[in-house]
Design a protein around this ligand. Structure first.
Ligand SMILES: [Zn+2]
Length: 389
């Protein structure tokens, strides 16, 4: 979370961690003369100074979802031993309200998952959180822990080692589906890394005398060095200069893949050993059925694939390949199935098609679930490890 101190002397911005929140607020109140006032939207704390203000901002959605893959994978691994978990649950007790990363279905087990180096500050923070919520036991899952921590008996430390090797070697033998292969070269590819950052492909994945689109694609993954991508996206629009699109300067052309996104409505996800939320699939399957029925009746050819986590992508086809359309045609099709697709958000602020829009690449892996983005609900066999300390 972000701390902002604005005084006539200047502005200070600092990043603080959740466990430092209490201490930071205390510190502000002791060192600055002022009054605490109600925080505004997106704020956790607001303190009015005679000349200036101190604000602590909540993490935004992008930051919150940055480590989602780690939470999903860790809960799935835990679910193999303890049964399914609800993900991201708001708990309330005696006026205290807080979000917990995982709660077992019987509500007797709390899980906090932090993709961070756990020090004593974190332990003390979670220990006090556990007491305030009145639960008996908390699993604290993280990639690494400081040595010689003082840990209360109701907190169990679990080191989580996600299996990246299987995902990496999957890409070594990766093939673009034949129905999309011809459409790959003019599109910009972008990789979401495990640390939440993005990397853009520096080359076009076109066929040359020396290389296939696949060998260039794998090369691009190798260039990420010790990272393996969590998710891989490509632009729906063709680009004049695909690699430059990473800087927003790819010059999109009005030839876009007619692909529509279908998701479940928002709810608390339940993660079982299979790694994804079954309710998402059930709800999205219902919408998918309706959308497919309409498209069939209208005479469209299409292919529906699993989007890797919580829904489906419907590609409009022409002669057994993914079809490209202009924005007008895209909206015409969307109008017919708009009650069932989330692609309504594909409009930009001028109500035009957002030509910079990206979507997950078919046949790639969504590493938050280990599922393959393609027909059927297929999972890669992952050897994720939980080490109880
Ligand atoms: Zn769900």
């Amino acid at each position: 979370m972000k701390l902002l101190i604005q005084t006539p002397e200047g502005t200070i911005v600092n990043l603080i961690k959740e466990y430092e929140l209490g201490k930071t607020i205390q510190c502000i109140k002791t060192n600055y003369l002022g009054t605490e006032v109600n925080p505004l939207k997106y704020e956790l704390f607001r303190y009015k100074l005679p000349k200036g203000v101190v604000v602590i901002f909540k993490d935004n959605r992008v930051l919150r979802t940055r480590n989602e893959w780690f939470e999903y994978r860790a809960l799935a691994a835990l679910a193999r031993e303890y049964g399914a978990f609800k993900h991201g649950v708001l708990l309330k007790k005696n006026g205290y309200q807080t979000e917990v990363d995982g709660v077992s279905l019987e509500e007797n087990l709390l899980v906090e998952i932090k993709r961070d180096f756990i020090n004593q500050g974190w332990i003390d923070f979670y220990s006090s959180k556990l007491k305030k919520l009145g639960y008996k036991i908390l699993f604290l899952v993280a990639p690494a822990f400081k040595k010689d921590l003082i840990v209360p008996s109701d907190i169990k430390l679990i080191k989580f080692r996600p299996d990246w090797r299987s995902i990496h070697s999957y890409y070594q033998h990766y093939k673009f589906p034949t129905w999309i292969r011809e459409k790959i070269a003019p599109r910009h590819f972008r990789f979401l890394l495990p640390n939440g950052r993005w990397k853009g492909a520096k080359r076009k994945f076109s066929k040359t005398a020396k290389h296939t689109p696949e060998s260039k694609f794998y090369q691009a993954i190798k260039w990420l060095k010790f990272w393996t991508p969590v998710k891989i996206y490509y632009t729906m629009s063709r680009m004049v200069n695909p690699p430059r699109e990473y800087f927003g300067r790819g010059y999109p052309l009005p030839h876009l893949l007619a692909v529509f996104d279908i998701d479940a409505d928002s709810h608390t996800h339940i993660i079982g050993p299979q790694g994804f939320c079954q309710r998402c699939i059930t709800e999205a399957s219902e919408k998918r059925k309706f959308a497919e029925e309409i498209l069939t009746n209208e005479g469209y050819q299409f292919k529906t694939i699993f989007s890797g986590k919580k829904g489906f992508h419907i590609y409009i086809f022409e002669e057994d390949e993914a079809k490209e359309v202009n924005p007008g045609e895209f909206f015409q099709i969307m109008e017919k199935i708009k009650a069932f697709t989330d692609s309504i958000s594909f409009r930009d602020k001028n109500n035009q098609f957002d030509i910079h829009r990206i979507i997950k690449v078919p046949n790639t892996i969504d590493a938050s679930t280990g599922m393959i983005v393609n027909t059927g609900i297929k999972k890669l066999n992952l050897n994720d490890q939980l080490i109880f300390l």
